[in-house]
Design a protein around this ligand. Structure first.
Ligand code: ATP
Ligand code: MG
Length: 277
């Protein structure tokens, strides 16, 4: 069953799309089966994965509106991960979804049929708390929050955490914050280091150990329709996203293994009972 992660922050330009694509490519390079769902009408994740957003077999809009099956809309990329793509059509979903019943649960219900086809489903959200982002947070097991270590970052974070708590309370009680990811980090900048320290103080285990450095190669890669590990595998950006994938795999799969071990020991016959020794 897939681990479903929403990459969200209502602040714009913090690295949500960059992280969705590059984390997915890095997970795929680690032999994990991955689906990226682009929930932004800008379609940046779709383009960043090397797809033509105006030439998709079907888009996430068609799927949300029940005009196409999700299986027909998923496309394989040359980078060993799959994409459910988006384009400008998705703008209309914000209006049309409002007329539908159970509008917040639409995506969650659609993912049921493909949950077992992937190990990770990564959803790239828009920088606003619209009905598409609410759908992502309702469908997700956890949220990955990319953030730049800037002066106003902590303020914005408080608002986002309040939103996540509301979703937990009313729509998705199992939703967790998987982690805060420091993006576009410049270790020479004193303010970035201060904000980073405060973040670790306030959120302790919730801050990923991996830091994504500011790296011009990461910014160039989408215009070539490639993730960074394909565009420049030896760049600092590529190594950082591989590190993040490793960290996420260790965290989430360790829990899974522990759960399975627990189940096995519960199912194991009790050696002492009926034993002659
Ligand atoms: P939006 O809120 O508009 O969806 P976003 O949060 O998805 O934005 P991105 O589009 O991923 O943010 O990144 C914003 C800009 O920063 C892009 O031009 C991207 O190429 C650049 N960028 C992202 N990460 C890095 C990095 N590590 N180093 C250098 N540039 C980066
Ligand atoms: Mg984006």
């Amino acid at each position: 069953m897939a681990k479903v992660i929403a990459v969200a922050n209502q602040k714009g330009g913090v690295g949500k799309t960059t992280t969705s694509i590059n984390l997915s490519a890095a997970l795929a390079a680690s032999k994990r089966s991955v689906l990226v769902i682009d929930l932004d009408p800008q379609g940046n994740a779709t383009v960043g994965a090397g797809l033509d957003k105006f030439n998709l077999p079907a888009s996430v809009y068609d799927v949300l509106m029940n005009e196409q099956s999700i299986e027909n809309a998923i496309v394989e990329t040359p980078f060993s991960f799959h994409v459910l793509g988006a384009n400008d059509d998705l703008t209309a979903a914000e209006i049309h979804l409002l007329d539908l019943s159970k509008k917040e649960y639409r995506l969650r219900d659609l993912l049921r049929s493909i949950q077992d086809l992937f190990q990770y489903i990564i959803m790239d959200c828009t920088p606003s708390l619209n009905i598409l982002t609410v759908n992502a947070l309702v469908a997700a097991d956890s949220v990955l929050i990319p953030m730049q270590c800037e002066y106003y970052a902590l303020e914005g974070l408080a608002a986002l955490i309040k939103t996540i708590e509301n979703i937990q309370q009313y729509l998705n009680p199992k939703l967790k914050i998987d982690g805060l990811l420091r993006t576009m980090f410049d270790a020479r900048n004193g303010l970035s280091n201060d904000v980073s320290r405060q973040l670790i103080e306030h959120f302790e285990g919730k801050v990923y150990r991996t830091v994504i450095p500011r790296n011009v190669r990461v910014a160039e890669a989408p215009s070539h329709g490639e993730p960074i590990i394909s565009y420049d595998p030896r760049s600092r950006g590529a190594l950082a996203y591989l590190g993040l994938a490793g960290e996420i795999i260790r965290r989430s799969e360790r829990k899974l293994l522990a759960q399975r071990a627990g189940q096995q020991s519960n199912n194991a016959p009790n050696q002492a009972v009926g034993s002659n020794t």
